[in-house]
Structure formats: structure tokens, C-alpha cells
Write a protein that binds this ligand. Sequence first.
Ligand SMILES: Nc1ncnc2c1ncn2[C@@H]1O[C@H](COP(=O)(O)OP(=O)(O)OP(=O)(O)O)[C@@H](O)[C@H]1O
Ligand SMILES: [Mg+2]
Length: 353
Amino acid sequence: MLLGRSTFGGWLRERRRMLDLTQAELARRVGCSEITIRKIEANDRIPSRQIAELLAGMLDIPSAERATFVAFARGRPAPSAPHPAGPAVQGVPAPLTRLLGREQAAAAIARRLLDEEVRLLTLVGPPGIGKTRLALHVAAELGPQFPDGARFVPLAALADAQLVLEAVAQAAGVGADAGRALADQLVDALRERALLLVLDNFEHVLPAASEIAQLLTHCPRLTVLATSRAALHVRGEQLFPVAPLALPPPCGPLDAAQVASSPAVQLFVERTQAVAPHFALSADNAPAVAAICARLDGLPLAIELAAARCRLLSPAALLARLAELRAALPAPAQGPGDLPPRHRGLGPAVRGG
Ligand SMILES: Nc1ncnc2c1ncn2[C@@H]1O[C@H](COP(=O)(O)OP(=O)(O)OP(=O)(O)O)[C@@H](O)[C@H]1O
Ligand SMILES: [Mg+2]
């Protein structure tokens, strides 16, 4: 039943498609919202025991296998998952909020990473555009399809490009032996491994790009997904420019439903609701919300920081003060306190500079 998968979300999506069901149809049969199914498939939510049992019924799981199914759905790895070395996806942080939009980008990135010709794919774009977020999503979705899974290597905090190989070794579980060059030890350990390595925020360590290129040359089954504000500029690198979140159409009379379906607006609404639970998108405030997102160029980080101001301001008031806000952001207190330090200093991005 559960062969070949180690995330429940990926398994569920495949099974639903096999049964030719849409997310909406499965949600209707289970009696939950479509968004719940979407989150479960994206591994953003663990189903309740009750939903897991209903899913088992709707997906024709034989009764002898239902207890295993529910345990798997509730977070225990599949007993037959093919990764004896450990979970397929290791060290990939699970975001606390859901991914908005990006369906096409994520599918395009996944397609390219599964192409054997593509060894190094770099998601490039300005600060706060959502490169890391997209890479995390792709790694979680795709890791199980790589025989040796995916590993996440955060580089933003490294003070020195010379520490990159050490960070890779640590993430890949390669113990370093002080007597030999680390690059050689990594090659020995990774030569046979079909692994997806996510190197996040590579712009901090660009001088290490050639070491990564060397590693790829000697480890033919290794695939690297990098995120970076600038290209690594090594041979074999392919670039995937990350676009801003889609905005509502710019001209014509604004249709509230169209506004609500824009991922940029959804991000604004969700982050506003996190600080002002009664906030809702309405025909009245939709034009101001659409205008705010457009003024912030669909940049997710800027939208998040602006939405944090809506605890006290209406969207219309926020829009009116946007010029002033752009100049003032980001004081650390304006956004969530757990933002990474590099994002607290993102004045230029928020100002569009
Ligand atoms: N599609 C999305 N859905 C929900 N939130 C998003 C999305 N894209 C980005 N975000 C949020 O926006 C913020 C900035 O995104 P992220 O950290 O991925 O940007 P980045 O391009 O990696 O920036 P940097 O260059 O500074 O590393 C994060 O809080 C992230 O969770
Ligand atoms: Mg990043």
C-alpha cells in the first residue's frame, strides 16, 4: 500500500489522482474543507485521527491495513519506505505557514531537478522574493523521489565561504577525518549517492561555488538546488529566476473574487489575520488591498511586513501611509520577532530599491 513513499502528503496526492478525484471531490467525500486536503498533500498539516480514518475509507484502504495507514497519516514513517539510511527528507525546516501560489513554479523546478541532465539549479531573485520558501517546498515534495532523499544546508549564517563543505558534510551525515582533505572525503561519501542537496542562501558564500562544482563533477548522482540572490556562475549551472507573487489584474474594474484569488493578496490577508483575527477581505477593502500588494511589487517579505502594520491600520489607511511606511520599515518591532536577522534589515527591498 505505502511502498515507495515516505511522506503521507505525496502518497495521498498520488492515490487521489489514481482514483481520478479532485481535491474538492475528496474533501466533499471526507467532509472537510478543500484547503485541509491541500495542506495535507503539501505536508503542511497532519490529519486528525478522524480525518485519517475517513480518508482510509474513501481511498479504498483494505481494513487489515487501516491501522498502519492511520499511523502513517499521523506522522509515523511508512514501514516499507525505501530509505534505510534515514528519513528521505532530513533537516528541511517545515514552515509554520502555508505556501501560497507557486504551483507552476514548483512543478517546473521539480521537473528540471528530475531531469538527469540538470545537476545544479539555482533559484535566483532579490531578497525576500521567496526563494528559500520555494526550495523548502520542492525539497519536501521531491526528496522521497531521490533514492537517498534530500538534505537542507542553510548557509546564511556562515561567516566564511571556507565553511561550506563542512556544512555540507554535516547535513549529509559525513563524518570528517582530520587527516584528509574534506573535499576528498565528501566525494568518497557521496560518489554513489543519489541525493538532492539544497544549498540555501548561497549569495553569502559565492567563492565556494567552484568547490560545489567539483563535488558535482565527482559525484555523478548528486543534484544541487541552490537559492541565491546572485548566480553561482559555474559550468552546468541552470538558473530559475523566482518571480514576485501574482497580483490581481492591473486594469479594469476590480472584481473582489479576482482580487481574492491572487496569491499576493492571499498572503496579505493571511498575515493580517494573524495580527487582526477579525480582518476579512471585502468588496470595500479589496481595492486598497490590491493596491498595497501592487505597490509592494508582489514581494512576499514586503507584504508580510506591511500586513503586520494592519493590527492597527485599515488597508485604506495603510495604503495612504505607504510612502511613509516604506521609508520607516523595517524596524524590528514591525514584523514577526522570529524573522531571520537578514530580513529585519530589508529596508531597501521593502522600499523597492
Ligand atoms: N509563496 C509563499 N507563500 C507564503 N509565504 C511566502 C511565500 N513566499 C515567501 N513567503 C514568505 O516571505 C518571506 C520571505 O521569503 P524567503 O525567505 O523565502 O525569501 P528569500 O528570497 O529566500 O529571501 P533571501 O534572499 O533574504 O534569502 C518568508 O517569511 C516566507 O515564508
Ligand atoms: Mg532565502
